[in-house]
Ligand binder design. Structure first.
Ligand SMILES: *[C@@H]1O[C@H](CO)[C@@H](O)[C@H](O)[C@H]1NC(C)=O
Ligand SMILES: *[C@@H]1O[C@H](CO)[C@@H](O)[C@H](O)[C@H]1NC(C)=O
Length: 344
């Protein structure tokens, strides 16, 4: 596409002798079109050729017009913007931690960061599952041999978080982005006899673990001027009757993120939340009646897949989101607006 833009620009130059404004207008138009196309291509993970073609177009126009004219500078500016957007999704050399990676939801995010070149650290309680995900991530990495660092850890335990952070420092000495997934959502209501046990366990896994993880990772995030994205669910936005503790913990997480955004903003660390709706591994309802209902009620008319969440996490961790902190990105197909009637 960019090659075509360059050819169009040359045609414009050869036929524009009688109309200098046509030349200017045409070139500027083509430059902007070229920039737009570059942005489009940046969204295509496989669009490696965009770089070469952009340089080709830039080189040809530069040669025709000389290096220091205004059009050259305009094109340079547009190309720089396009490049920075494109490079925004290049995580080569960046260290990205994804926690509680036992969930299928986290798996999509791990794979996408691997595709984008990140050095991953993944952690969860199930060693077998971590090994499986690490293998998949490695296969997807650009070199096919960038294997995630695996740390088997239970983040409700201080010693485990300390060990996790220690291993990150030992192996990489830096941390650019952290994405946390928590997936403890037991059914609970106020009449349950085991209320307090489940309450403590859930708030420990969701709130305490997240607070302590930030406590131990913020120096690294600060050093890298990095970001953290806390993945929660729309239970953080609207209550779920049968999940008392979970539905209390999630808004707690949201508010923690906003506090952290205030506190860490001055240190250049961005902190955001993603709230997900119904996500299944393949977007089908898996025979689950609640998922079937959500699918029917979601404005977009379908369920989400882990990649939908992964793209949000990648965006919030990218330089494209450098002015976004304390935000709540809801990835739910719009179900939040029909949500309270879920169980009716
Ligand atoms: C751990 O992961 C393996 C592989 O995915 C799975 O077969 C096993 O059921 C998991 N164990 C637990 C306790 O969840
Ligand atoms: C409370 O939850 C239990 C399941 O944990 C359920 O059997 C019971 O019907 C619920 N009670 C109310 C009042 O919702």
């Amino acid at each position: 596409m960019l090659k075509l833009a360059a050819i169009a620009a040359l045609v414009c130059i050869t036929s524009a002798g009688l109309n200098p404004f046509g030349l200017m207008g045409g070139l500027v138009h083509n430059a902007l079109t070229g920039a737009n196309q570059a942005v489009h291509q940046s969204l295509d993970i496989a669009g490696k050729h965009a770089d070469i073609q952009t340089h080709l177009a830039y080189g040809i126009i530069g040669k025709v017009l000389g290096e220091n004219n205004i059009i050259h500078k305009v094109l340079g500016g547009a190309n720089q913007a396009a490049h920075s957007v494109k490079n925004s999704r290049d995580f080569t050399g960046k260290v990205v931690l994804v926690t509680l990676s036992n969930s299928g939801l986290a798996e999509g995010t791990i794979k996408l960061f691997s595709i984008l070149g990140a050095n991953l650290v993944i952690t969860g309680t199930n060693a077998t599952h971590l090994a499986e995900i690490a293998q998949l991530a490695q296969q997807q990495s650009p070199t096919h041999n960038n294997k995630p660092l695996r740390v088997v850890a239970d983040l409700t335990k201080t010693a485990d978080i300390e060990r996790l952070v220690g291993e990150i420092v030992y192996k990489f000495g830096r941390l650019d982005a952290m994405i946390t997934f928590a997936n403890s959502y037991p059914l609970l209501n106020i009449t349950d006899t085991n209320l307090i046990d489940v309450w403590d366990q859930t708030l420990r896994a969701d709130l305490r673990a997240t607070a302590e993880l930030f406590h131990l990772t913020y120096p690294l995030l600060e050093k890298a001027r990095g970001s953290a994205t806390v993945v929660a669910t729309i239970a953080g936005v609207a209550p779920v009757a049968v999940e008392l503790a979970y539905s209390t913990a999630k808004p707690g997480i949201q508010h923690m993120v906003k506090n952290l955004a205030l506190e860490l903003g001055a240190k250049g660390v961005r902190v955001n939340t993603i709230n997900v709706g119904a996500i299944t591994p393949d977007g089908t309802n898996l025979g689950n009646p609640v998922c079937a209902l959500i699918k029917k009620k979601a404005p977009l008319g379908h369920l989400g897949v882990p990649l939908d969440v992964a793209k949000g996490a990648v965006f919030l961790s990218s330089s494209d989101a450098k002015y976004i902190t304390g935000a709540n990105l809801v990835i739910d197909g719009g179900i939040i607006y029909n949500y309270p009637s879920y169980f009716k």
